[in-house]
Design a protein around this ligand. Structure first.
Ligand code: NAD
Length: 478
């Protein structure tokens, strides 16, 4: 282990893979596009299948020794990583804005959150639990590490998603092969090179693909668990791929989160919060508000207010000061958003935005749509774009039924002044996390996961740490 962080500052700039403790050139290279310009701004290493095999073999070879270290040693390594990462947050944030398109302030928040998450995991412990203690028996539950973990992430919050996986995996004594999404590989490679300075060879490996290695990684016999964040469609493939080895999976998948606005809500106060919750990261957040249900008595007022505010949003390059919303992250998502706009025009009334912007890059106007049917694509599917459908309801029970009428179950929000009533509604929503009069509050010590087809298992907190372990019951006769 190298305790001198100085070497970290120069090594990773070439954006190489991390395999067996070394920074390695890719068998191929990958162009990375800045979504604010639509142009290539960086090139990085891309792994071949053989390099993926090397990464898995390195993680497998490193596992026995790493699993046998004391947790204090693993914790110390994570703390050293956090200390250096803390000095480089701005560098990571700028790079994140360039590769993801998100406004710099949001990227800074992502990096600060990633740092906090690293530090929070580094404080956790894995305790043995005595389940039974009698004159003749002592039964203890221990938590053994699993082996080699595959961590596969989406492009919307590469660092947030990575620090929900790598620190608990490594703290629990596992080794790991990380694979970011092909359109946002750079911050993950930079972080991998940083971590590599403080971890023994093979404990953390990072490979990059072009959507061609995820399936192979998932199915590889030497992978013990797949910690995955991405779409529900890919999550199903991961689950199927893991079946042959009865591998553990944690799946953090898509969402189509409803917001229910109760009839006692204050429209003026609430509209900015709802809009912010829908347009955060240009709508590319698994937990973004994706359907807004408003009581008929306030429907017109809420629609007008949301439209007014949407027209005021400053859209631009995330590196420009004052930008509130950036572009969509990639061309495929941009094309998908245009289809949602077409659908919205056909099946609803567009009252703000409604068009791609006439400029380079993948920009969509912040869009609000009213009077749209529940079976329109914009309402049924996850738009992952700054396009907000506003739906009218008369009976609250009907709003709850419609909110639950989806295969997704990630998050939901309820907004109203009568807390008791709002909380009762919250209890009826089928989601992993339901907020009342707030949104996206995700404390580091609170587990997070999806209901229904939004996921399996949890991340964060003690529960998120223990997902990277196998319970082992030791039953002693005496
Ligand atoms: P995606 O499913 O297309 O890709 C996610 C990752 O899976 C990428 O790294 C990709 O290369 C990899 N992959 C592709 N094919 C694979 C395969 N056959 N086997 C294994 N891995 C494979 O998702 P995306 O478009 O990158 O991300 C957007 C989606 O992620 C949205 O649905 C969003 O809601 C979801 N998401 C969920 C959470 C959560 O915590 N629940 C958080 C962020 C994003």
């Amino acid at each position: 282990m190298n305790a001198n962080p100085k070497t970290v500052e120069t090594a990773p700039q070439s954006f190489q893979l991390v395999i067996d403790g070394k920074l390695v050139a890719g068998a191929q290279s990958l162009d990375v596009i800045n979504p604010a310009t639509g142009k290539v701004f960086m090139t990085c290493a891309r792994a071949s299948q053989a390099q993926m095999e090397q990464a898995i073999a390195a993680a497998k070879a490193a596992f026995p020794a790493w699993a046998n270290t004391r947790i204090a040693e693993r914790r110390a390594a994570l703390n050293k990583i956090a200390d250096v990462f803390a000095t480089r947050l701005d560098e990571f944030a700028r790079l994140s804005t360039q590769e993801s398109g998100k406004p710099l302030a949001l990227a800074v928040r992502e990096m600060k959150g990633a740092l906090a998450s690293l530090r929070a995991f580094a404080q956790l412990d894995i305790q043995d639990k005595v389940l039974k203690e009698t004159d003749t028996t002592r039964i203890v539950q221990k938590h053994a590490p699993l082996g080699v973990i595959a961590a596969i992430t989406a492009w919307n919050y590469p660092m947030t998603l990575l620090v929900n996986k790598m620190p608990p995996a490594v703290l629990a004594g596992n080794t790991i092969v990380v694979k970011p999404a092909p359109t946002t590989p750079l911050t993950t490679l930079l972080f991998g090179a940083l971590c590599n300075e403080f971890l023994p060879p093979g404990v953390m490996n990072v490979i990059v693909d072009q959507n061609d290695l995820g399936g192979l990684l998932t199915q590889h016999p030497d992978i013990a668990k797949v910690a995955f964040t991405g779409s529900t469609a890919t999550g199903k493939k991961v689950m199927a791929g893991a079946a042959s080895g009865v591998k553990r999976v944690t799946l953090e998948l898509g969402g189509n989160d409803p917001a229910i606005v109760l009839d006692d809500a204050d429209v003026k106060t609430l509209a900015p919060k709802i809009l912010a919750g829908a347009l955060v990261n240009a709508g590319q957040v698994c937990l973004a508000i994706k359907r807004v249900f408003v009581h008929e008595s306030q429907y017109d007022a809420m629609c007008d207010e949301l439209a007014k505010l949407a027209k005021q949003v400053v859209v631009g390059d995330g590196l420009e000061q004052g930008t509130q919303m950036g572009p969509l992250q990639n061309k495929m998502q941009f094309e998908k958003a245009k289809e949602f706009l077409d659908d919205a025009r056909k099946h609803g009334t567009v009252i703000a935005g409604g068009n791609p912007m006439q400029r380079d890059g993948y920009f969509i106007e912040p869009t609000v749509v009213r009077d749209i049917a529940d079976d329109a694509r914009l309402v049924r599917d996850e738009q992952f774009a700054p396009i907000v459908p506003v739906l009218k309801y008369t009976e609250l029970s009907d709003a709850i039924r419609r909110a639950n009428d989806t295969d997704y179950g990630l998050g939901a929000t309820v907004w109203g002044t009568n807390l008791e009533r709002a909380s009762e509604v919250a209890m009826q929503l089928e989601a992993g996390t339901v907020w009342v009069n707030k949104h996206l509050d995700l404390p580091l010590d609170v587990p997070f996961g999806g209901a229904k087809q939004s996921g399996l298992g949890v991340e964060k907190g003690q529960e998120g740490l223990e997902e990277f372990t196998q319970a082992r019951i030791i039953n002693i006769g005496r």
